[in-house]
Design a binder for this molecule. Structure first.
Ligand code: AHM
Ligand code: MG
Length: 337
């Protein structure tokens, strides 16, 4: 049985009608959707094209790039440059901010993206994703500097991700809730399959890389130990654990069935500020999680309130169902840590 579903274009036109979604944002989102379709195609054909392995380059974080990191980055760069409103692009894979305009104006867009997140999953044929975020300039810029893109996540006007799993999902929010689309193979279209996604308040599932146990701070240890204690412990219920090493897959699972995701600052990554990047990983995912009714925190404060200090800055990330995140924040507070 085929269900008649809204196409991405029709959905965007409805958002324009209902909520005044900007025409340029519609065009940008359609270009991002096209980028994701092309990247999905490249990933599926990766073994034939021999592009799943390492490129002979390192990115600004000193990490060895996969060939597909470079390919996905090029695809995002070229498609996001189509929209005349985009003044600058910030990519995980590029050291400097890319300015597309000499004199950015109030209302122009800054687009931040991680073109291929979780790329260590590529050569084992597990899920990876792309993440994006859009901020609107509040004033004309007189100078093009890296500092000009250091804008709080609370200023995002759109954020989302694409998950390259058994099917290709495109999930985004323009500040009016979260909607999920699936690419219908052969049709070239993304169709609305998960309208108005909402997180449950409570959960019995958490996601953390437990191999880092020794490095965790006391509040994170306390939280995880209490989950593992299950019915016999203070939580009085059994918890399940998942770790896919792909933040996009993790957040998508949490949106679909609840949970909490932690990649906290710990003793081993504290010198970098954490593992995940603020502007193109934590902020967009935090925006989505909040729009779905959840909470996104560093453990000490709301992620979207953090004033960025560098465009590749890393940060502590704890996000998902509200009650769990608030509990972990309380543990941080009580520990005075
Ligand atoms: P990447 O941007 O270099 O791909 O790294 C981010 C990824 C996240 O998707 C994931 O949550 C995390 O790194 C996994 O880290 P680990 O290998 O420590 O489990
Ligand atoms: Mg990443």
């Amino acid at each position: 049985m085929t269900i008649d579903r809204l196409t991405l274009r029709k959905f965007l036109l409805q958002e324009k009608e209902k909520h005044g979604l900007d025409q340029d944002m519609m065009l940008l989102l359609e270009d991002i959707a096209t980028s994701c379709r092309i990247i999905a195609h490249q990933i599926r054909n990766g073994p034939f094209l021999d592009i799943l392995g390492a490129a002979e380059t390192e990115n600004v974080q000193g990490e060895t790039q996969k060939q597909l990191d470079v390919i996905a980055n090029d695809i995002f760069l070229s498609h996001c440059s189509n929209c005349a409103r985009v003044a600058a692009l910030v990519s995980e894979e590029i050291d400097e901010v890319i300015w597309l305009k000499d004199r950015p104006r109030k209302g122009d867009y800054l687009v931040y993206f991680d073109p291929l997140d979780g790329s260590s999953n590529l050569n084992v044929n597990l899920s990876v994703g792309s993440i994006f975020s859009v901020v609107e300039l509040e004033e004309d810029l007189s100078e093009l500097s890296n500092e000009a893109v250091l804008i709080r996540g609370s200023e995002q006007i759109c954020a989302g991700y694409s998950l390259y799993g058994p099917s290709t999902s495109l999930v985004f929010s323009t500040g009016q809730g979260v909607n999920g689309f699936t690419h219908k193979i052969g049709s070239g279209e993304f169709l609305l399959t998960f309208p108005d996604m909402k997180l449950p308040a409570e959960t019995g599932e958490f996601a953390i890389n437990a191999s880092r146990f020794r490095s965790w701070n006391a509040p994170v240890r306390r939280y995880v130990e209490e989950c593992i204690d299950g019915e016999d412990g203070v939580r009085g219920k059994t918890f399940n654990m998942r770790w896919t090493a792909s933040m996009v897959a993790e957040i998508h699972r949490i949106l679909m069935r609840g949970g909490v995701f932690l990649y906290p600052r710990d003793a081993a990554n504290a010198h970098m500020g954490g593992k995940l990047r603020l502007l193109y990983e934590a902020n967009p995912m935090g925006f989505i999680i909040e729009q779905a009714g959840g909470r996104a925190s560093t453990g000490w404060e709301r992620i979207l309130d953090v004033q960025p200090t560098g465009h590749h800055q890393r940060i502590s990330v704890i996000m998902g169902c509200r009650d769990e995140v608030e509990l972990i924040e309380r543990y941080h507070d009580e520990a005075g840590d």
